[in-house]
Design a protein around this ligand. Structure first.
Ligand code: SF4
Length: 421
């Protein structure tokens, strides 16, 4: 979501004649697009702001947008008085106001619904992977999560608006569509005639576009994996055989305290249905370790579920108390040393699973999407259908394309391959 927001902010400013620069000291406007999901991310924003105020040109405008802006509000101006603007994730389309009135302090952290999507100009040229938001906000209210506070209640965009964006992306260079939402598979939109559209309808419609070769979506909630959506993995070959399906914990007790009220049996049942719909599918997950009250036995159950599902490409984090969340006030907060030990154990196992899966790919030929040239300038970087990075030796076409690549080597982090065609 932040990649998408960043692209739209850049698009909005370039459409006004501005150019992007990597150098803070050259910039006329500096925008930090921020994430508040963990305390560490928020701390990093404020230390970066401290650095930027010393490096920037004296008259350059600078500010924050996104979830830290929403979380901090006017307090951000108190902490960094030189800031010019603080705009929440649903108000960054107001950014041009600061260009017109550089002397004001612009604060807008309203939850404005879907207004920004109507006001932002379309990107002139789509990246090869087009991120298309289909809903924003979340109604699940997991007890550890700040998203319902920063992005608000769940709202689904009109079906026709999303398809219009998808067609525009396809016509301007997109090869892959990634539908986005905090609760993406909960997408539900009813039009004026009373017809209701789900994520499966969006996938079916996007797949009709010739330019679009790959479709995926993120982030999913387990109980929203309805049968129509699971069936898409059986019938729609453009849908990639890879799904991030966060479980967060393998302990039923912890899931209850997280307010994620699905049973582990139901979760496994969904995974089995997905595997029967698409036998080559691989699943990744997000995990939180050290949630308040998590016992050694709870944690071992998380290790068990990882062994059972054999996840690839997963994300794991130590629980981080966030303001405005119920879990931050729970008793039995887990000491950092225990959280760190559990995370190290889980990470080591998830890394083994990733290495094992990557190694099993050697000898296979996969359609991979070109991403760019690596830092050395000597290799091309591609992305496999399982979101693994694949590096090839041949420097060929430096334009977005799909290539058939034979995987020749693998380690935990990436694959090596040679282009077949
Ligand atoms: S489903 Fe995801 S976004 Fe929604 S509250 Fe839970 S963790 Fe946060």
């Amino acid at each position: 979501m932040n990649v998408y927001d960043g692209q739209r902010i850049a698009g909005m400013l370039t459409s006004r004649g501005m150019k992007q620069t990597d150098k803070v000291s050259e910039a006329d406007i500096i925008i930090l697009n921020t994430c508040a999901v963990r305390a560490k991310a928020t701390d990093k924003v404020f230390s970066a702001l401290g650095r930027i105020r010393n490096e920037k040109k004296p008259d350059a405008l600078f500010g924050i947008v996104g979830c830290v802006a929403r979380e901090s509000g006017a307090d951000a101006f108190r902490r960094i008085p030189e800031l010019n603007f603080v705009l929440g994730p649903q108000s960054y389309h107001k950014l041009p106001e600061i260009l017109e009135n550089p002397d004001i302090k612009l604060l807008n952290i309203d939850l404005g619904g879907l207004e920004k999507f109507d006001e932002l100009p379309q990107l002139e040229k789509s990246p090869a992977v087009a991120y298309i938001p289909i809903q924003e906000g979340c109604n699940h209210c997991c007890t550890y999560c700040i998203v319902p506070y920063t992005r608000g209640r769940e709202l689904s965009r009109p079906f026709n608006d999303i398809i219009k964006d998808t067609i525009h992306a396809a016509n301007t260079g997109a090869i892959e569509i990634c539908f986005l939402g905090q609760n993406v598979n909960g997408y539900k939109y009813t039009d004026q005639e009373g017809k209701t559209y789900r994520l499966s309808d969006l996938i079916r419609e996007a797949a009709k576009l010739n330019a679009i070769q790959r479709i995926r979506f993120t982030s999913s909630y387990p109980t929203e994996m309805t049968n129509d959506l699971i069936d898409m993995f059986r019938t729609e070959t453009k849908l990639l055989p890879f799904l991030n399906l966060p479980i967060q914990s393998g302990s039923q007790n912890v899931l209850t305290r997280m307010n994620r009220p699905y049973s582990l049996d139901l979760y496994i049942d969904i995974v089995n249905k997905l595997k029967s719909a698409r036998p080559d599918i691989q699943i990744s997950s997000d995990f939180i370790v050290g949630f308040p009250g998590e016992t050694d036995s709870d944690f071992e159950q998380t290790m068990e579920i990882a062994k059972r599902v054999k996840y690839i490409n997963s994300y794991s984090f130590k629980y981080s108390p966030r303001p405005h969340t119920a879990a931050a006030l729970m008793p039995d907060q887990i000491p950092e040393s225990i959280k760190s030990a559990r995370l190290a154990k889980l990470d080591a196992y998830l890394n083994d699973l990733q290495r094992e899966f990557n190694t099993s790919c050697i000898g296979k030929i996969m359609p991979c999407l070109y991403e760019g040239v690596d830092k050395t300038g000597r290799h091309l970087v591609y992305r496999t259908p399982y979101m693994q990075q694949c590096i090839t030796d041949t420097v060929g076409e430096a334009i977005p394309h799909l290539a058939q690549i034979e995987i020749t080597d693998a380690n935990k982090a990436s694959l090596r391959g040679k282009i077949i065609k």
